[in-house]
Design a protein around this ligand. Structure first.
Ligand SMILES: O=C(O)CCC(=O)N[C@@H](CCC(=O)O)C(=O)O
Ligand code: ZN
Length: 350
């Protein structure tokens, strides 16, 4: 890159902070790794379009990944994270910990779609190398790029740094519990009540405990790097500019407090404040004729009595196994072999 352009880029970024806009509109400008310092207190590293890290000069005790737009049409988290990046670059706020922002699927944002060729959130933990995955797709390359950025970010820290990853999404359907988090499978490790208290402070009061490995981004950070990692669902999918940002005040303020090292005033964990579910069935689609046996606008967490037919396809019927079993993320329109419904049943944390 020409030196003059590099200086202009850095000065534009510091004056306007529009890293995401540049990543989406002029990706070639932020294609090469670029580093610079903000007022001598924060190192900025642009890793590739849509991926930027901030490192304070003071010793960091937390390494925090905030990802959004892993699905391109899930706009509210993208708008929240974009504003943090703008505010950091322009000096309105200052990070106290190392923070990596990842804006996942840039071309899908432009198309206002979940993805272009492949669901990016099914390609982590090396699933991008599976033979069923189109190796020429944007998402295949992007999954590799994101995995590498996360590995370098966590591994660059001190050994006593604790690791966090909040992968922010919005859901396709409305939900009986509007804000909820998927807690990736921990392979027998204990769930963190402190993390649940933190997410509760963000306005997230419902948790799904995953019971098996997945190829999602949050599972990758959890499993590979021991990060406290979650897929966080903040509401319903809306177009850019159409989100009612007042619905995100709590999560917006709390995440900002976290990255800026401000007091969080967390309430200690109390079973009565949260709804905890464990995943009971992961129903995958095997045939083209897979259909759901309930309406397209049925909200997430709607529950059924034992034996109710939830979905069917040639050769298979899928039924509720328990009274009160609820459905989450039902979607008949997924690729063959992928998850079409999660079912969950209430549980408690030990
Ligand atoms: O509303 C939907 O159907 C999907 C919303 C979404 O993108 N959810 C994530 C959950 C990932 C996880 O299980 O941790 C996804 O499906 O990728
Ligand atoms: Zn999503």
């Amino acid at each position: 890159m020409h030196t003059v352009n590099r200086h202009k880029l850095i000065s534009d970024l510091q004056q306007q902070g529009q890293f995401l806009t540049l990543s989406r509109r002029s990706a070639e400008l932020v294609q090469k790794p670029i580093s610079f310092t903000l007022d001598e207190h924060t190192q900025v590293s642009i890793i590739s379009p849509g991926i930027i890290s901030f490192t304070p000069k003071i010793k960091s005790v937390k390494a925090i990944v905030l990802s959004s737009g892993i699905h391109g049409n899930e706009t509210a988290p993208i708008e929240i994270c974009d504003q943090y990046v703008v505010d950091i670059l322009t000096g309105k706020i200052r990070v106290a910990h190392r923070v990596l922002f990842i804006f996942g699927n840039l071309p899908a944002m432009d198309k206002a779609t979940r993805f272009v060729d492949e669901n990016l959130n099914r390609l982590f933990s090396h699933a991008h190398a599976n033979e069923s995955v189109d190796q020429n797709s944007y998402e295949c390359a992007r999954a590799k790029e994101i995995e590498k950025a996360v590995a370098q970010f966590y591994e660059a820290g001190h050994s006593d740094e604790s690791r966090y990853h909040y992968d922010l999404h919005t859901a396709i359907r409305p939900s009986k519990n509007e804000k909820f988090a998927v807690y990736p499978f921990l392979h027998g490790e204990k769930h963190s009540k402190d993390q649940i208290s933190f997410l509760l402070a963000c306005g997230i009061d419902t948790f799904l405990l995953s019971g098996s490995p997945t190829t999602t981004f949050s599972y990758y950070s959890s499993r590979q790097f021991g990060a406290h990692a979650f897929t966080v669902e903040l509401g319903k999918v809306e177009a850019f500019g159409q989100n009612d940002m007042s619905r995100f005040t709590q999560v917006n303020d709390t995440l900002k407090r976290l990255i800026c090292g401000q007091p969080l005033n967390l309430k200690s964990f109390n079973h009565q404040d949260v709804l905890i579910y464990q995943v009971n069935q992961v129903i995958n689609k095997h045939e083209d004729d897979f259909v759901l046996d309930f309406s397209d606008d049925l909200p997430n967490f709607s529950d059924f009595s034992k034996g109710t037919l939830l979905a069917h396809e040639t050769g298979n019927e899928y039924r509720a196994e328990f009274d009160g079993e609820a459905v989450v993320f039902p979607n008949a329109n997924v690729a063959i072999g992928q998850r079409a419904i999660l079912t969950v049943i209430p549980t408690t944390l030990d």
